[in-house]
Design a protein around this ligand. Structure first.
Ligand SMILES: NC(=O)c1ccc[n+]([C@@H]2O[C@H](COP(=O)([O-])OP(=O)(O)OC[C@H]3O[C@@H](n4cnc5c(N)ncnc54)[C@H](OP(=O)(O)O)[C@@H]3O)[C@@H](O)[C@H]2O)c1
Length: 307
């Protein structure tokens, strides 16, 4: 099969499409015929060499998000061949991953795809919706409480807005001025521009500071400054965890496989509560170009490759 891999780290041009063996599913694993695989910042960490494979590894696969159909099953799996699924393949540094013709992953990493949804769109759900959902679980918010979401127009941020909305909390969304209407439509109560002083802008709406922040833009201290004394700051990046102060609790989110949560998020997308977005679709053969686009940033929605 063809798979996007990295043999030697560098820029996005380090991404190659190679002919590699088709992986076989082991016990409690499924093989998915990939219809679409989304690109994420975590992929850039692989080609840039931030995540380093051991020296003897010949190549490392790319892609944590896939949508496709079950193609083969391992011992203990009763799913029918052809079942439409989404997958959050969270293990990094494996020889082949989601950006390939086939993906093998375990049962806890998949869920039924939203029934009526195009698989290209569905491929943009797993990693980012899981991260937003897990991050919000760090914020024990009650209806009418206030939460700031930085980078709210991004993939994690926009799912966070939609998931916070169903908890009945009041949301301050930070983004570019051109994102304001999009964010209000998703459920933001207030909008602050990324050009403004964040804490001052937030405190114009919530004078004491918000109860919690989900820092999807990885801003660190400036986002923590917008939280009330004794509130909660949630980071999505291990390298952006500001020191706790004023009794603000600082927490880190790390998304991992959780089939039940993924199934719940898929169901929310099916009924239109979550809005997946595709920025661009490219053939797998152009994976290096897709990753170069990812590196430029500024996309609204995910870039997706199709085998
Ligand atoms: N912990 C985990 O398991 C996990 C999982 C997934 C993602 N992540 C991390 O979560 C973060 C968000 O991921 P994503 O996929 O949502 O990325 P994304 O789609 O690129 O969104 C990031 C958002 O942050 C905004 N932003 C960037 N720099 C900013 C700044 N200085 N001030 C204000 N806004 C800024 C971007 O705005 P523009 O586009 O307008 O520049 C964009 O809207 C990334 O750091 C990613 O690595 C962590």
């Amino acid at each position: 099969m063809r798979a996007a891999v990295v043999r030697k780290s560098g820029g996005p041009e380090a991404v190659e499409v190679l002919e590699v063996p088709i992986p076989e599913p082991g016990p409690f694993e499924v093989r998915i015929k990939v219809a679409a695989a989304a690109l994420n910042p975590a992929d850039a960490a692989v080609w840039a060499g931030v995540f380093k494979p051991s020296a003897e590894v010949e190549y490392t696969g790319l892609g944590l998000d896939a949508a496709g159909t079950v193609d083969a099953v391992g011992l203990g799996v009763s799913l029918e061949i052809g079942t439409r699924v989404i997958a959050f393949d969270s293990a990094v540094l494996r020889p082949t991953k989601a950006q390939a013709e086939y993906l093998v992953t375990d049962l806890n990493s998949i869920a039924l795809a939203p029934e009526s949804m195009d698989l290209t769109l569905a491929a943009t759900i797993p990693l980012n919706a899981m991260t937003a959902s897990l991050a919000l679980d760090h914020l024990p918010l009650r209806p009418r409480d206030t939460v700031l979401v930085t980078g709210a127009a991004g993939a994690v941020g926009s799912y966070a807005i939609e998931l916070a909305r169903i908890r009945g909390v009041r949301i301050v969304a930070q983004g570019r001025p051109e994102d304001e209407q999009f964010l209000r439509d998703r459920g933001a109560t207030w909008f602050v521009s990324r050009d403004a002083d964040l804490s001052a802008a937030v405190r114009r709406f919530v004078p004491a500071g918000v109860d919690g922040v989900l820092d999807a833009a990885a801003l660190g201290a400036p986002a923590l400054a917008a939280v009330r004394d004794g509130g909660i700051f949630v980071s999505v990046r291990a390298d952006v965890v500001p020191a706790a102060q004023r009794g603000v609790m600082v927490r880190l989110t790390t998304a991992g496989p959780e089939g039940t949560r993924l199934a719940y998020l898929s169901a929310l997308a099916e009924v239109g509560v979550l809005t997946p977005r595709v920025a661009q679709i490219l053939p797998l053969a152009q994976a290096a170009e897709a990753h170069a686009q990812l590196a430029k940033g500024g996309q609204r929605g995910r870039i997706v490759v199709v085998p």
